[in-house]
Design a protein around this ligand. Sequence first.
Ligand SMILES: [Zn+2]
Length: 349
Amino acid sequence: MSDIDRLRQDFCDELSRIASDTDLKRAHDRFLGRKGGVIATLMKTVATASPDERRTLGQSANAFKTEIEDALAARQAELAAARAPVGAVDVTLPGREIPLGHAHPLTIVRGQIEAIFSRMGYEILEGPEAEDDYHNFQALNMPPEHPARDMQDTLYLGRPIVQSIAPSGPPATLLRTHTSAMQIRYMEAHRPPVRIIALGKVFRRDNLDLTHTPMFSQFEGLVVGEHVTMADLKGTVTAFAREIFSPDTPVQIRPSFFPYTEPSAEVYIGCVFCAGAGCPVCKRTGWLEIMGSGMVHPAVFEAVGYDPERYTGFAFGTGIERVAMLKYKVDDIRLFYENDLRFLEQFPF
Ligand SMILES: [Zn+2]
């Protein structure tokens, strides 16, 4: 028993000197080593004791062994804790790279459109996304029974469609189907000359597919003054197409129909995918339609109190998504709204 007391004192001295993992291992080997360790030797001694003493000595030796194991484990935890102080900064570690975001491709294209028309002296406008029937349809030469309303499937707010468009009913509120409504709002508040573009979200009852979404964005241009002609329209849309796509983009104007312009025209550019040679995207024609346009219909001028005998004007408009798809050769409009970083990261800023 006195040997155990002496060894315990010995262990306490050793424990107090442990300052590193090497010290810890040395103490472990010395006291708990299977061959020649202090405890192993002690157990052999116990085995040789007389049967009377063996039981008491064995219990003491085992208690001592447990004591050593616990003390070494506690010391090991202390050493580990000392190595990693809370809140410490290792100034030798390399810096962490913080990813830098950039604008969404539609925002990029919208910014480019705004920049082009700003340079041409246009005022840039936004407008309400919830519109009334008058500004979205009636003032644009589309009275309630006008067949052209079939071209646009409208999302009405709060009331069934039939009731909403009934001439005698209260004014209907709807989600604007085009940015053209802003033409009316602007002309109601300003006298000519007018030179504006309006940009923003528009809404249609379209099903999601490669080229349609229920919400997309448009931009719309309007110029009104004395002696504004179709030649001005053609020059303007040609200049725009060559700035947004490339300086040698072929541009073509073809007759079309819109209720709020007369004459109306569709603007085509040489196919950006095949350079005019013919491909599936342009249906082998070499041309792609990029926007609708035309000379403002006299009925629209009458609706806002402009004299159609004195003033003429032109308007044009298209989807910002359509421009972005052609510019960046994107073949599925849904990619713009899925927030997939593998897609979004490919765009310049
Ligand atoms: Zn093509």
